[in-house]
Write a protein that binds this ligand. Structure first.
Ligand SMILES: [Zn+2]
Ligand SMILES: [Zn+2]
Length: 717
């Protein structure tokens, strides 16, 4: 038999799959769709994914190059994974290879198989005691898709023998009626169903996740099926905590994490455990939504509203949205959990597309929601950023030996430096932005282009030696706290204080141990961690978000404030015999205490806030009532970028589509590059998609040398 033609997706911006020749050699198995293959590409050798196999090519077959090697030692990527990548490529208008390849661990994308072979050998050694019967192993190697569906995980588990005897649920606490109802609703759903699990911080969403995962795994096992569960979390920093809970609950199942901070070898091992079905539970950040999991039966997305589910470069996908699509495709349930769901998800729940499951009570007995207070900053002047009522509240906590948390979403010492004498201001010379003063590091830093300068001794324009910081960031508040409370142990947690790997975890551990009196930080401190001794949360200067051009800023602020408020409530558990212990307190410093956002915050009333936000969005024709795509262009001259966008605007007739005028981006220049954007809208997602495909193809056709990118469902406009 002569050679065959193999189509291969490569990590290349060219929107095409590439034809190669495959010539059979003795004993080598046939190529299969989903298989990884090493091929020549230009002068390099690269890994690609086989997407089709045929006998003909539209190109001259004699000019095609040969596949160098198939990665036959690895089962092909399952068909559902190939379909998921195809969907993501189509929907987000990227080449399919740019979806498939970047989500694979590096060890699979190299020309050598050293790392892969070593990992496979280790895996084989680890699974030795319960080697699956020859038959199923052969079946798996053949890539038969049915094999994926029927292969029991138990057969692949190192300690399958023990597992059968040990009740997995040994440590599981009893659920309250809300939690039980939620678990029942998810596990009762046959096939695809999207559930929006709505519950305030502390209402026990994690328990619902764990019980649901357990119920689904046990149900499938009873039917003789393998089962895998994918749990997505928004932040790497949150994985250790959840990983601990999951491993404690499932001591006899393999639990692996997938995120970008894993060492390469570890990531490859974890990825293989997911790919082979060894891992019953995969816990990961957004990229793990693209992990191959042959027996996936349930997907959970924790903090589904979190912006970090949106990838902001390359394939600009939403892991939350892909999770829902994947669940639908596999006909399995998906659970989206949040105390402050995205208004899109809230809207889906109100139209019945998603089923809403409410957790109305805090899970811990007697736990109360924190009391929210607003400090009117028109009345309470605070030259150093901390108003007298907030300082008094901090002092009371210090006296009682309790912890406080101050939330200020701005790192650095001061956002700007300036000269009173001549009006000089610390502009970044490469960006439309200020250079931020970082006092401990003695640097001015641009947070957009990372340019760093030493703090000038005197004004670069007039020589004045008395340069002033304007505004305040976490470093400045830290300095002020130390002056106010010299005996207090103050800890700052932000991107600057946690640059070293592991330092964020160490800092959080110190808070948990009680080695910290006042914790101060950016959004990093708002998420996930439950601080048992924390009874006060202070919010400094949240008002800027109220007047942002970004229509989502209010939604984000509300979510952040609810989340940071949620850090406090847990310590307010009344212990038996204790008398009227006051609930934890949240104090928000604002100049706009009458703003509806803060009024809703006072009563923890997310539904009211979401409803009001949705009404605003509807009347302003904003998402989720319209669908958007954003074309961005970058050039040395702003006019070039605008011209490109204007030409793109006029490229095609656009029925049912509204294309706005090209405009400079808010931060127009970054690192010397001018940036502009063009917003495309439609009231119909299908219509928008139908327009985008030929439009993007036509844009590619023009081969402009200018850099451009398209984002579907943009979250930053
Ligand atoms: Zn000056
Ligand atoms: Zn800059």
């Amino acid at each position: 038999m002569s050679g065959r033609i193999v189509k291969i997706a490569l990590d290349s911006p060219l929107d095409t799959e590439f034809d190669y020749r495959w010539t059979p050699t003795a004993n080598e198995p046939q190529p299969q769709v989903g298989q990884l293959a090493l091929v020549p590409f230009g002068r390099r050798e690269v890994i690609g994914v086989v997407t089709a196999i045929g006998d003909a090519s539209v190109y001259d077959a004699t000019k095609l190059r040969d596949v160098i090697a198939l990665r036959a030692q690895l089962p092909p990527m399952p068909p559902e994974w190939v379909a998921l990548c195809r969907f993501a490529a189509d929907y987000y208008q990227r080449p399919v290879g740019e979806v498939m390849l970047p989500c694979l661990p590096k060890g699979l994308r190299t020309a050598t198989t050293v790392a892969l072979d070593r990992a496979l050998k280790n895996r084989a050694a680890a699974t030795q005691p319960s080697k699956p019967p020859k038959k199923s192993r052969a079946k798996r190697a053949s890539g038969d898709e049915a094999a994926y569906a029927t292969l029991p995980t138990a057969a692949l588990q190192p300690d399958a023998g023990i597992e059968a005897e040990v009740p997995v649920s040994a440590a599981a606490p009893t659920l309250n009626p809300d939690q039980q109802a939620a678990v029942d609703a998810v596990t009762a759903s046959e096939g695809f169903a999207a559930h929006l699990l709505f519950g305030v911080t502390g209402s026990g969403k994690t328990e619902v996740y764990l019980h649901t995962a357990q119920a689904v795994i046990e149900r499938e096992r009873a039917k003789g099926n393998a089962a895998q569960v994918l749990i997505l979390v928004p932040e790497i920093n949150l994985t250790p905590q959840l990983e601990g809970s999951v491993k404690a609950r499932f001591p006899h199942r393999q639990v692996v994490t997938l995120h970008s901070q894993l060492a390469e070898g570890e990531r490859l091992r974890h990825w293989l455990a997911a790919h082979y079905g060894d891992a019953a539970i995969v816990l990961g950040t957004r990229l793990s939504v693209l992990a191959a999991m042959p027996s996936l039966k349930l997907i959970i997305v924790d903090e589904e509203h979190d912006p970090s589910y949106k990838q902001q470069e390359g394939l600009r996908y939403s892991a939350r949205d892909l999770a829902v699509w994947r669940a639908r495709q596999l006909n399995i349930p998906v659970v989206l959990g949040s105390a402050t769901p995205s208004v899109e998800s809230w809207q889906h729940a109100s139209t019945g597309r998603y089923r809403r499951l409410d957790l109305t009570q805090r899970a811990a007995a007697h736990a109360q929601l924190p009391r929210v207070g607003l400090i009117d900053m028109e009345i309470n002047k605070a030259p150093d950023g901390l108003s007298p009522p907030l300082v008094a509240a901090l002092r009371a906590r210090l006296e009682r030996g309790e912890q406080s948390l101050l939330f200020l979403n701005r790192r650095g010492y001061a956002p700007v430096m300036h000269c009173d004498a001549c009006g000089w201001i610390s502009n970044c010379r490469r960006c439309t932005a200020f250079m931020v003063l970082h006092k401990p590091e003695r640097r001015l830093r641009c947070h957009h282009c990372s340019l760093e300068l030493r703090i000038p001794q005197s004004c670069p324009t007039c020589g004045n030696v008395d340069l002033q910081p304007l505004g305040r960031g976490t470093q400045r508040v830290e300095e002020h706290l130390q002056a106010l409370f010299p005996a207090a142990r103050v800890l700052r947690i932000d991107a600057d204080s946690t640059r070293r790997k592991g330092s964020a975890q160490a800092a959080f551990d110190a808070v948990h141990r009680g080695d910290v009196d006042i914790l101060l930080g950016t959004q990093m401190v708002a998420k996930g961690h439950d601080f048992q001794r924390l009874t006060l949360v202070g919010v400094i200067n949240p008002d800027t978000a109220l007047f942002s051009q970004d229509y989502r800023a209010g939604e984000r602020l509300f979510a952040q404030l609810m989340q940071v408020a949620g850090r406090a409530g847990r310590a307010a558990v009344k212990h038996d015999g204790e008398e009227n212990r006051p609930p934890a307190e949240v104090l928000v410093q604002t100049r706009y205490p009458q703003h509806p956002l803060y009024r809703a915050l006072l009563t923890h009333d997310y539904p009211r806030f979401a409803q009001a936000t949705l009404e605003e969005r509807r009347s302003a024709s904003l998402p989720p009532f319209v669908f958007q795509a954003l074309l961005r262009a970058e050039a040395r001259q702003l006019q070039q970028a605008l011209d490109f966008l204007q030409a793109a605007r006029d490229l095609m007739p656009c029925e049912g589509i509204m294309i706005n005028d090209p405009v400079p981006m808010t931060v127009t220049r970054v690192a010397g590059v001018e940036r502009a954007q063009l917003l495309v809208e439609s009231s119909s997602r299908a219509q928008l998609q139908a327009f985008l495909k030929p439009w993007v193809a036509a844009l590619r056709e023009r081969k402009s040398r200018l850099r451009w990118s398209l984002e579907v469902d943009p979250i930053d406009i």
